[in-house]
Write a protein that binds this ligand. Structure first.
Ligand code: PMP
Length: 460
């Protein structure tokens, strides 16, 4: 390490509390300081290059050095670096991006509300839905349905919708009325000998039982990621989403598609709901909306939801919700340019083609002694490491082998993410065939070296 990186690392250790990090371990280990980005690569402050196999946090669709986004930000900074949208104000970038989102998203999603993060967006969804049901004179219809291992953010309401222990433990969450249904992941939650179709049926029966037990008049909305990503890359079983949609329609429950990761082509289709064949009332997008060059999220929702809210604002006098940075001009200008790039370069088509190549390569690891399941869709994949392939027995403790693989990945020049013992890949949508082959090759070495590490540690 250079002297500069040493002093930077030391400054970080002595000043920061890092998100999603074991703080005491960080004090010993220090940070990996990333300095530059080039296409699908990032470079640390010692000059080492890595393929960003997770596109940052599942988000940098157009890669790390897109000049058009830099220019769009620069132009907007010069023209109008900031303005808000409170009290009848507006500016062109947010108007144009809202139009673009309505054009790109499925029919029936005709209104947009901007926030700066996925968590803020999902918090806003909770508040919009509550506000709407109060406005409609059904104040008891407030509960949410979500899923175990779902990820919807970390603010008080969105963190409540999230169904992961680390996001609840010692944070006193959930803090809003939410029921977490069984995680729709056949490999882990299917019963012995249960087919995928039977598993889907069981989940749908469970969902309806919960709705009837709680009372449909108390359930406001169902929220889910089309493909569950941050909880461990879990595609839904066949027929799951059309079944959930039918239940929502039958019981007058709003359906919210959290497309923060799946949106804008990640699965090789325009949106996750299109990929799995359902139509939400509310869609939440972020991340790939700006390729994370600027913080931005957009809620796109139906005229029906809008009308109920709009009528109430007329009655009360205002919609008492909004952020200083809602629809920030620089963020929305970058978002608009980013979506144009995705369309002009057919990055959704590229995600479908490169995703197919990635899955073909990764499927070869299904026979690897450490790998229990290879899964995913489009340009997103998960490899679950297990102690025993035949019985699917996980490692004890869970996560140690995954962390070892994650760290070996850094040595091999590939940044991945381990969700427990599942290794996640979600590379930028600009990846080439050569990049994919390199990623698959590196994954092979990571698996072999992790197997050696597991044997040496005596982990079982
Ligand atoms: N929803 C989903 C599906 C996500 O994956 C994430 C972030 N990984 C969020 C919401 C929260 O977004 P943010 O981190 O921007 O608050």
């Amino acid at each position: 390490m250079t002297k500069l990186s040493n002093s930077l690392a030391q400054a970080d250790i002595s000043t920061a509390l890092h998100p999603y990090t074991n703080a005491r371990r960080h004090e010993e280990k220090g940070p990996l300081v990333i300095e530059r980005g080039e296409g699908v690569h990032v470079i640390d402050n010692t000059g080492k290059r890595y393929i960003e196999g997770l596109a940052g946090l599942w988000s940098v669709g157009v890669g790390f050095s897109e000049p058009r986004l830099v220019e769009a930000a620069h132009r907007q900074m010069q023209a109008l670096p900031y303005y808000h949208s409170f009290a009848h104000k507006a500016h062109e970038p947010s108007i144009r991006l809202a139009e673009k989102l309505i054009e790109m998203t499925p029919q029936g999603l005709d209104r947009v509300f901007f926030t700066s993060s996925g968590s803020e967006a999902n918090d806003t969804v909770v508040k919009m839905v509550w506000y709407m049901n109060n406005a409609l004179g059904r104040p008891e219809k407030k509960k949410f349905l979500a899923r175990t291992k779902g990820y919807h953010g970390i603010t008080v309401a969105s963190g409540s919708l999230t169904g992961l222990p680390y996001n609840h433990m010692d944070f006193d969450l959930p803090a809003i009325p939410v029921t977490h249904l069984t995680c729709p992941h056949h490999y882990r939650f299917g019963q012995e000998g249960e087919s995928e179709a039977a598993f889907t049926q069981r989940l749908l029966v469970e969902a309806e039982e919960v709705i009837l037990r709680e009372g449909p008049e108390t359930i406001a909305a169902f929220i889910g990621e089309p493909l569950m990503a941050a909880g461990g890359v879990m595609p839904p079983p066949e027929g799951y989403w059309p079944g959930i949609e039918a239940l929502c329609r039958k019981h007058d429950i709003l359906l919210v598609s959290d497309e923060v990761i799946c949106g804008f082509g990640r699965l090789g289709s325009s949106f996750g709901c299109v990929h799995y064949g359902f139509t939400p009332d509310i869609m939440v997008t972020s991340k790939q909306l700006t390729s994370s060059y600027m913080p931005l999220a957009a809620i796109v929702f139906s005229e029906k939801v809008y009308d109920a809210i709009a009528d109430n604002t007329a009655r009360i006098g205002t919609f008492g919700h909004g952020f200083t940075a809602s629809g920030h001009p620089v963020a929305t200008a970058v978002g608009l340019e980013n979506l144009k790039i995705i369309e002009e370069r057919d990055l959704m088509g590229n995600a479908a083609r490169m995703g197919a190549r990635m899955h073909e390569g990764l499927r070869a690891f299904a026979d690897h002694p450490l790998v229990g399941e290879v899964r995913g869709a489009g340009l997103i994949a998960g490899l679950e490491l297990v102690a025993d392939k035949a019985t699917k027995r996980p490692f004890d403790p869970i996560g140690k082998a995954g962390l070892a693989a994650f760290e070996i990945g850094h040595e091999e020049g590939l940044i991945i993410r381990n969700v427990g013992d599942t290794l996640a890949l979600c590379p930028p949508m600009i990846v080439t065939e050569g990049n994919i082959d390199e990623i698959v090759g590196k994954m092979g070495r990571i698996l072999d070296r992790t197997a050696d590490w597991v044997a040496k540690e005596g982990l079982a």
